[in-house]
Write a protein that binds this ligand. Structure first.
Ligand code: GLC
Length: 734
């Protein structure tokens, strides 16, 4: 529709219609079975809002949404089409690794392909918008939503967030198979005090700008059509009412002129925060902050008329918000085609199709991180006639996908047993659960209960150990329950259940040839698991093709190539913890009891596994770094190169990483910062030169005067296989 006509439409709309466009309701309120991603009782929505609402979240299905669109457009005075939104963060029905696992791929191109695949499936199912990418920087694994992020590094998060925006939106969201992307949660939701979901975030403006805002800005610059406000207060101001954050930073500085949507009920929740004295004030504060769509609360609908009549809010502010919503609908082509890509035929043809499964399988393989491989116990042989016992709750489990996935057909999920049995092996394998994911009946975050028949526990363990006794090798399949990560799943104890640990120890008493697979949506404590395992493969929540991907890597058809997107600490007590921390006036050397130095008296201030870490089935050797010059001016650049050699017996993929360190500044600088990486695959004995360009822009930071500049001085460049690499060279910025 021409903009002029869109303007006419806006001018012709009643206030009630306008407020309807600014109110989003959950599909479940239309009697549709929908995923419920928040509290429903807060809504107390009247039917009139349901009739006039401009957008719906959390329901999908071509037929269902076409019917809903038709029904609702008839009720709309100007027959304005609704927008249908949904949380597709790691695949729609073909489910791929959770975003933290996607982070482990260090592969923006792959992440873009995955997002495009999700958009093809979601749009065929009648959807228009996905609430993704989530690019909240995370440094505290107690927060359950680290699963939904791509990790602790600003540079990696920005690259992968942009890849997702491009993958979902394509060149034009109107085109078939594309979804509009919604960047979330603005801002700094990943830094709640104590790792407690929904808690306050206290950050200096320098830290906010230096570490947290970059990925959101990159996604906005990449053309994301929506941004979502975060639940948290930022320095004691709730995001949905934070004018500085939303008007000055997001809209003015970042140039975001599209739709800003609140998170679920977040406007009304400003009353709970103690920021709004009542719902009417919440409506005023959110509108003044520039929030366009109110998700799942109706402060706007109930109070905007009064706010306008008393002159507290100008109608043009409301019109601006409605205009942005109408523009989004227009960019989606909904005025010409309200059903967009909804198609039962396409649903049937595209969802879980061979190509999509193949891509999901490849992504799962690329997300796995090999953390230990003593005596090169992995890969297992396909030719060897040996007995392998798979034991643990995940040995035959279908739920190996993240908690923001809602597969309609669990049957389509490939378990470890199914994946291994699909291999032509000489080995004979057994599969026993052996233990439970929880030690007792447990209420899960979605209100359901984990309540298997615990009385079978002893029998299960006995059966499993029977097979372990006869086995040559044991694969222990343990981890978190998928619903222990995601929203509202903060944990203080980052370990697997006692029952799972008991199983591992019992197995170890009988058989030392143990490979442990860990399913988790966050870094958990691995010291004890490592003490009883020769190999550890971290598989996150791999999704639909998880069992096949695990079998591919275990038996060497594929090599593990993931690298950690988050550091693994020894203990939760070290959190928040991250590789790009700062030095100290009293640095420690990684040992205990050095007296007056930074650190703990009961735990070394070290990582169990550092950011960027991961093993492969071969080895890589790095030459010293060569620089084409050791001094640069602001208009210059330096090329830093290494030669990487595969010194092992198998082909392997290395993620060559480049970190920079600014040795002195008007404010202290992180010990090192990821500024580049390149994945290379080398045959045994093959070498490849890898070069990185160092620019002055990479050296900029928010200095003592809060200017974003570089400062002349001494720098180090590190190039290696993870953030703890020591291969370094010095250079100077003149
Ligand atoms: C939730 C989440 C947000 C999600 C939204 C809609 O509460 O915080 O990430 O997109 O509601 O489901």
């Amino acid at each position: 529709m021409e903009n002029a006509k869109l303007r006419e439409l806006l001018e012709d709309m009643s206030l009630e219609e306008k407020l309807g466009q600014l109110t989003q309701v959950a599909g479940t309120l239309y009697g549709e079975e929908a995923i419920v991603t928040g509290l429903l009782d807060m809504f107390q929505m009247s039917d009139e809002v349901l009739d006039i609402s401009g957008s719906v979240l959390s329901v999908h299905g071509a037929e269902k949404l076409m019917a809903l669109q038709k029904q609702q457009m008839e009720k709309q005075p100007h027959h304005i089409p609704q927008i249908f939104m949904y949380d597709i963060i790691n695949g729609f029905q073909t489910i791929y690794p959770v975003p933290l696992g996607q982070g482990a791929t260090f592969d923006p191109e792959l992440v873009k392909q995955l997002a495009h695949m999700a958009a093809v499936e979601g749009s065929a199912s009648g959807l228009h918008v996905t609430f993704s990418p989530m690019v909240d920087l995370v440094r505290d694994a107690r927060w359950g939503r680290v699963m939904e992020s791509t990790g602790e590094d600003p540079y990696l998060n920005a690259l992968l967030g942009v890849a997702m925006v491009e993958g979902y939106q394509g060149n034009d969201v109107k085109e078939k198979g594309n979804l509009a992307a919604c960047v979330k949660h603005f801002a700094a939701y990943g830094a709640p005090e104590g790792g407690r979901d929904y808690d306050n975030v206290e950050l200096s403006e320098r830290t906010l700008r230096e570490d947290y805002l970059g990925a959101y800005e990159a996604c906005v610059k990449a053309g994301a059509k929506l941004v979502m406000t975060s639940f948290n207060t930022l320095n004691r101001v709730p995001s949905s009412g934070n004018r500085w954050l939303m008007r000055d930073i997001l809209r003015e500085e970042m140039g975001f002129d599209k739709v800003l949507i609140s998170d679920y009920g977040a406007i009304k929740e400003m009353m709970n925060h103690g920021f709004s004295k009542d719902e009417k004030q919440a409506a005023e504060q959110a509108m003044k902050a520039g929030v366009d769509i109110e998700m799942m609360s109706c402060a706007y609908f109930r109070h905007m008329r009064e706010l306008l009549e008393e002159g507290t809010i100008d109608e043009e502010m409301v019109d601006e918000a409605v205009w942005r919503v109408l523009v989004l609908k227009n960019e989606l082509g909904l005025f010409e085609n309200p059903f967009k890509d909804a198609s039962k035929e396409d649903e049937k043809e595209k969802i879980l199709c061979k190509e999509h499964r193949a891509l999901a399988r490849r992504a799962a393989v690329d997300s796995f991180v090999l953390l230990e491989n003593q005596e090169e116990i992995l890969p297992l042989s396909k030719e060897k006639e040996e007995r392998i016992a798979f034991v643990g709750p995940y040995a035959k489990e279908k739920e190996i996908f993240g908690s923001w996935s809602f597969p309609e057909d669990l049957g389509g999920i490939i378990t470890i047993q199914e994946g291994v049995e699909a291999k032509k092996l000489k080995a004979s394998c057994t599969y026993d659960s052996g233990a439970f994911l929880f030690d007792e009946r447990t209420k899960l975050k979605d209100g359901t209960f984990y309540e298997p028949d615990f009385s079978l526990g002893e029998e299960m363990m006995k059966e499993a150990l029977e097979h372990v006794k006869q086995a040559d090798k044991v694969v222990v399949c343990i981890g978190e329950h998928s619903k222990q990560t995601g929203e509202a799943t903060s944990r203080t104890k980052l370990t697997v259940s006692d029952g799972q640990m008991a199983l591992l120890k019992k197995v170890h008493e009988m058989n030392k040839e143990i490979i442990t697979l860990v399913f988790a949506g966050r870094p958990i404590e691995l010291d004890e698991i490592a003490a009883y395992s020769k190999a550890i493969l971290y598989v996150w929540f791999p999704g639909t093709e998880g069992g096949n991907a695990i079998a591919d890597v275990l038996f060497g058809d594929e090599e593990p190539k993931g690298r950690l997107p988050m550091s693994f600490s020894h203990r939760g007590g070290q959190l928040p913890n991250y590789y790009n921390r700062f030095a100290s006036g009293r640095p420690n050397d990684g040992t205990l009891n050095q007296g007056f130095v930074m650190g703990y008296i009961d735990q070394t201030d070290t990582f169990m596994y550092p950011f960027g870490y991961g093993l492969t089935y071969t080895r890589f050797d790095y030459s010293d770094i060569t620089l084409d010059k050791s001094q640069m001016t602001a208009s210059d650049r330096i090329t830093a190169s290494v030669t990487v050699t595969n010194t092992g017996k198998r082909e392997g993929t290395e993620t060559v990483q480049m970190y920079l360190q600014d040795l002195f500044g008007t404010v202290v600088r992180p010990k090192r910062m990821l500024k580049g990486f390149e994945k290379i695959t080398l045959a045994p004995g093959e070498s490849q030169k890898v070069s990185f360009t160092i620019t002055e822009e990479m050296l900029r930071f928010w200095n003592i005067d809060m200017d974003f500049v570089s400062e002349p001085g001494d720098f180090k460049v590190y190039i290696g296989g993870n953030s703890a690499c020591t291969n370094q060279a010095d250079f100077v910025l003149k």
